[in-house]
Design a protein around this ligand. Structure first.
Ligand SMILES: Cc1cc2nc3c(=O)[nH]c(=O)nc-3n(C[C@H](O)[C@H](O)[C@H](O)COP(=O)(O)O)c2cc1C
Length: 203
């Protein structure tokens, strides 16, 4: 039997995705900003929807609320440091795009929020609902556009997200996602399917 230690009720769910959420105010002179978010998730398939939970006091909160838009940028190993920086500095004080030498590019389907050009993939989102949960407001966003970097596709058109070197957040640390252990349904796949499929994943 394992021995366990007891915690007070807390957000122990691990690992979780960590994403860079880009946003922009609606004023003509508004500058784009990035906030690092670990409280993010997929919440619906049809229509595709994701959630990001943002504390009211974050500079980005107002930008997302006012514009009704945000972009979820996936984080790879190259972006990990910038991701951390965007999670410890506020857009009130610094231009995070400039400081981290990131480029803002138009995001598919959105008017205000830009995407981070260096991200391996991004999801353009329009806010459909804001739910006040307590410490955080959860923005439910409908995904209205998606782009994935071209080099993550095989010549046959198949997407290899497993080779994107994405980063996860695991109880306070950023962690690599590297080896493929299996695929959806592999526990019940026939041996020949298992062997064929497992040979197709990039290292
Ligand atoms: C790994 C990591 C995860 C974070 N997750 C969240 C989150 O889910 N929600 C949130 O409101 N702040 C989160 N933060 C804190 C904000 O990213 C941070 O306060 C940031 O400086 C806010 O930027 P802004 O003031 O420009 O909006 C996280 C920070 C880090 C480093």
């Amino acid at each position: 039997m394992n021995k366990f230690r007891t915690f007070d009720p807390c957000t122990m769910l691990s690992p979780v995705p960590v994403v860079m959420v880009s946003c922009k105010g609606v004023e003509a002179e508004a500058k784009p900003n990035i906030i690092t978010i670990a409280w993010a998730g997929t919440v619906n398939s049809q229509p595709p929807m994701v959630s990001v939970s943002v504390r009211k006091e974050r500079y980005s909160h107002k930008l997302i609320k006012d514009s009704g838009e945000f972009v979820v940028n996936l984080v790879d190993e190259n972006l990990c440091k910038a991701c951390d920086y965007c999670g410890v500095k506020s857009g009130r004080d610094v231009d995070k795009f400039a400081e981290m030498q990131l480029d803002a590019m138009p995001a598919l389907g959105l008017e205000y929020a830009p995407a981070v050009a260096q991200a391996p993939a991004y999801l353009s989102c329009k806010v459909r609902q804001v739910i006040e949960l307590g410490s955080h407001d959860m923005f439910l966003g409908e995904v209205v556009g998606v782009q994935v970097r071209d080099d993550l596709f095989d010549p046959d058109g198949s997407l290899h997200m497993e080779s994107a070197k994405l980063v996860t957040y695991n109880h306070g640390v950023y962690q690599r996602t590297v080896d493929v252990l299996g695929f959806f349904g592999y526990s019940v796949a026939r041996p020949e399917v298992l062997e064929r499929r497992m040979g197709t994943y990039h290292k």
